[in-house]
Write a protein that binds this ligand. Sequence first.
Ligand code: SF4
Length: 333
Amino acid sequence: MEKILEVKDLHVTFTTYGGTVQAVRGVDFHLNKGETLAIVGESGCGKSVTSNAIMGLIPNPPGKISGGKILFKGKDLTKLQEKKMRSIRGVDISMIFQDPMTALNPTLTIGTQLMEGLKQHRKVSDKEAKKRALEMMDLVGIPNPEERMKQYPHQFSGGMRQRIVIAIALICEPELLIADEPTTALDVTIQAQILELFEKIQEVTGVSIILITHDLGVVAKIADRIAVMYAGKIIETGTKREIFYKPQHPYTRGLLNSVPRLDAKGKLKPIDGTPPDLFSPPKGCPFTARCPMAMEVCNKIYPGSTTLSDSHSVDCWLQDERAKQLLATMVTN
Ligand code: SF4
């Protein structure tokens, strides 16, 4: 399968008066053409910083990509000047932000905002831009597009605004779409409609999608593969089936146990404790303090990545052969 994006050993830091925050600490993943990869984790795990790094949106200072590569179709985005990055952003790679209420300019009509990127990057005529804007509004399911183009954001509901934001992101036909918590600010029924819209868009345009979310329910609907992030690292990655049915990292299991399910009996099981301080992240596994399976080695040495299948890998000492043998003896005794 053709890889459209490869992130290799990415490190992002932020320098503050209090010290240096190591927000992303050696992240590796790839995205195949036409697939949806979900990056899942709790607030502060580094998932949005990773997506901002891909977009070239890390403010420097205080932020800095301090190591690694971001290869988009083989080209390292970390090496590009801002001018070149601006010609890629919104054209080849687009991003949808969390809150549709603030993503749109309240003083400009929807039509102006839709056509802006197209006119700037594709240099098309007003007539062509309008035709394309109407097509996009139709694709994202806005009724009466001619009329609606003349209106302002406050005349749209939250769900409709998010549809407009998606249309703006797609109007230049990007090959990669990054959606950062695209349904978090919406109510549940609208969330479902927006997720269906993503599926439809991918079918029609073939765009590759990175979906950033803390919500495993969202992931279950549209992701092909899932990368679970914790304390600035990807700690488990696999297909949707592997992550939902054969999770191997105790944190992934904890996340799954804390999702409300209609068929579940008893109370929800939250993950006790809080993530580590990324001003001085632990040397060993960052989940040690919260992990019910933690061993002595966990706190001292970071576990290497264990490959479980072509698509499934996990960073956890429990997968080390020595730990497996020890656990097996404990069970037999
Ligand atoms: Fe738990 Fe150790 Fe695995 Fe970390 S490496 S998740 S502390 S068992």
